[in-house]
Design a protein around this ligand. Structure first.
Ligand SMILES: N[C@@H](CCC(=O)N[C@@H](CS)C(=O)NCC(=O)O)C(=O)O
Length: 456
C-alpha cells in the first residue's frame, strides 16, 4: 500500500492551519492539504491528531524543532499555550455575540469588543512575549535554547497575524517590542520560510478574526442568487463571510477593484474574485469536491446548471416585465399577465424538463449525474425550493408531474449540514417576490437618483 505521507485537514485559509504549515515548511517535510474535510487535524497512516498547540508540539518533536533540555521543554510548552490563548482571545473579540457565527452578522455589536482587545489586551500580550524573548539570550535568538523550536514558529505566526489584522496597533505598540521585531525578521528570512511565504502555498492574511483570508460572498442581504453559493459553502462546511454592505457602490457602480464584476453575487478569496452565479457554482463545486467524476457527467452537469439559472432568470424577469431595473412594486399591476403566463405556460415546462433530467440518471433515485452529490444538485434543489415558496399553488398543481423532483428535494433537504443551515439564522427566508426572497426595508439596492430602484 502506498504511503500517503502527512496530511493536514483544515479549512482552505490561513487560520490555525498556518501554525502547522509553518512546521512542515520549515522542516521541508512534504504534506498534502485536504481542505474539503473540515475536521482540523493531521494524519499519517492511521495516526491522527488534533488541537493545534498539541499538533505543534508533536510535529516539533518529530521534526527536530524541539528543546534540548527538560526546563526548556516546559517553558516552550508554556509559551506555546500562551501563543494559542492569544490567538483564541483575539479571534473571539470578532465573535463576541456568538463564536460560531459569521463576524459580518455581528460586526456592529462586536466593534467595542475588538476595540477593547486592541486597546487593552493586545499591548499586554505583546509586552509579555517581549519579556519571554528577552529572558533567553537577551532576546537575540530563540524563545528557548539556542536553536529554532516549534514555539518560535508559533510566536512568529501570531506576530504576523497581529501586524496584518491590526496594522495601526502594531505600529503604536512597536516601541515596546523591539526584540519581537528583530525576532520576526530573523524568522522571516530563514530560507524555507522565505520560500514558502513567496509561494502560492501561502494563503495570505486578508480577512478578519486574526485567522483567515477565507471565502467572502458579496451579495445583497437576501436569499436571491446568493443562495446557490451559500448552499455550496454550507453543504461543504467551508466557512465564508458575507459582505452585504455597500453592494451598490462596490459592484453596481464598479468601485470594487480586481477582475471586473457585472452584478452580484461575487466570491472573493485573497486577490481572486469570480462572479456570475452558474460559473461560481461550477468553480466551488470543483474546489469542494462536489463535482462529477467523469467527462460526460461533467458536461451534463454544466448543461443542467445553465438551465437551472436560465429558469430562475426567466422567472425573475416576469416580475419585472416593464423595466428589469425597477422594483416589482413599481410595476406590480402591469406585470401580472407576465407572471401569470410564466406560471401557467413556462413553469410546468421547466419542471417537467427537470423531472426528465433526474429520471435519466439511475431512474431519478439519486442525483442529477453520477452517484454522488454535485454542485448541480444544490442548484436544482434551490430552484425547487424557490418555486414552491414563490408559487405555492402552481407547485401543488404541478406536483403530480414531478414525483421524482419532490422526493429529490426531500432527500437533499435532509442532508445534515443543510438541515442545520436552514434552521440557522444564516438562512434568510424566501418571503418576497421575483423568486428572490425578502429585501429588508432598510436596504435600497439602486439609488433613487439613478432611478433604478429595485427594493420591494
Ligand atoms: N447572470 C448573473 C445575473 C446576476 C444578477 O442579475 N444579479 C442581480 C441580483 S440577483 C443584480 O443585483 N443585478 C444588478 C444588475 O444586473 O445590474 C448571475 O447569475 O450572477
Amino acid at each position: 500500500m502506498a504511503d500517503k505521507g502527512w496530511e493536514l485537514y483544515y479549512h482552505p485559509l490561513a487560520g490555525r492551519g498556518e501554525f502547522v504549515r509553518l512546521l512542515f515548511e520549515e522542516s521541508g517535510v512534504p504534506f498534502t492539504e485536504i481542505n474539503d474535510d473540515m475536521r482540523s487535524k493531521i494524519m499519517e497512516g492511521s495516526f491522527q491528531l488534533s488541537n493545534t498547540p498539541v499538533i505543534c508540539k508533536y510535529l516539533g518533536k518529530k521534526f527536530g524543532l524541539y528543546p534540548e533540555n527538560e526546563e526548556d521543554e516546559w517553558h516552550a510548552e508554556q509559551v506555546n499555550a500562551t501563543v494559542h490563548d492569544y490567538i483564541a482571545e483575539g479571534r473571539l473579540a470578532f465573535h463576541g455575540r456568538n463564536p460560531v457565527e459569521s463576524y459580518y452578522t455581528q460586526k456592529q455589536e462586536t466593534a467595542p469588543y475588538i476595540a477593547r482587545f486592541v486597546a487593552e489586551r493586545l499591548p499586554r500580550w505583546l509586552k509579555y512575549f517581549e519579556r519571554v524573548l528577552r529572558e533567553n539570550n537577551g532576546g537575540q535568538g530563540f524563545v528557548v535554547g539556542s536553536k529554532l523550536t516549534y514555539v518560535d514558529l508559533g510566536l512568529f505566526h501570531v506576530l504576523r497575524a497581529t501586524e496584518s489584522q491590526f496594522p495601526e496597533a502594531w505600529k503604536e505598540n512597536s516601541k515596546n517590542i523591539p526584540l519581537l521585531h528583530g525576532f520576526k525578521k530573523r524568522i522571516e528570512e530563514r530560507p524555507n520560510i522565505a520560500g514558502y511565504l513567496k509561494s502560492d502555498r501561502w494563503r495570505g492574511f486578508e480577512g478578519n478574526r486574526m485567522a483567515d483570508d477565507g471565502w467572502q460572498l458579496y451579495y445583497w442581504p437576501l436569499a436571491g442568487r446568493g443562495e446557490f453559493v451559500r448552499l455550496l459553502f454550507e453543504e461543504s462546511g467551508v466557512p465564508y463571510t458575507e459582505i452585504n454592505e455597500n453592494i451598490r457602490e462596490k459592484i453596481i457602480q464598479g468601485e470594487m477593484s480586481g477582475y471586473p464584476v457585472f452584478a452580484p453575487p461575487l466570491i472573493k478569496k485573497g486577490s481572486f474574485q469570480l462572479s456570475n452565479t452558474p460559473v461560481i457554482c461550477k468553480y466551488l463545486g470543483k474546489k469542494f469536491g462536489l463535482y462529477p467524476d467523469n467527462e460526460e457527467d461533467e458536461w451534463h452537469a454544466e448543461q443542467v446548471n445553465a438551465i437551472v439559472h436560465d429558469y430562475l432568470g426567466e422567472g425573475c424577469l416576469s416580475f419585472h416585465g416593464i423595466n428589469p431595473m425597477a422594483s416589482h412594486k413599481s410595476q406590480k399591476e402591469e406585470t401580472q399577465p407576465y407572471i401569470k403566463r410564466f406560471v401557467t405556460e413556462r413553469l410546468p415546462r421547466w419542471l417537467k424538463y427537470f423531472e426528465r433530467v433526474l429520471k435519466e440518471n439511475n431512474g431519478g433515485e439519486g442525483f442529477v449525474v453520477g452517484n454522488k452529490l454535485t454542485y448541480v444538485d444544490l442548484g436544482l434543489f434551490h430552484i425547487l425550493r424557490t418555486t414552491e415558496a414563490q408559487f405555492p399553488e402552481a407547485w401543488k398543481e404541478n406536483a403530480g408531474n414531478i414525483p421524482l423532483l419532490i422526493a429529490f428535494k426531500k432527500r437533499i433537504e435532509n442532508r445534515p449540514k443543510l438541515v442545520a443551515y436552514l434552521k440557522s439564522d444564516r438562512w434568510r427566508g424566501f418571503e418576497g417576490n421575483s423568486m428572490m426572497g425578502n429585501m429588508p426595508s432598510y436596504v435600497t439596492l439602486f439609488t433613487p437618483k439613478n432611478n433604478l430602484q429595485r427594493s420591494q
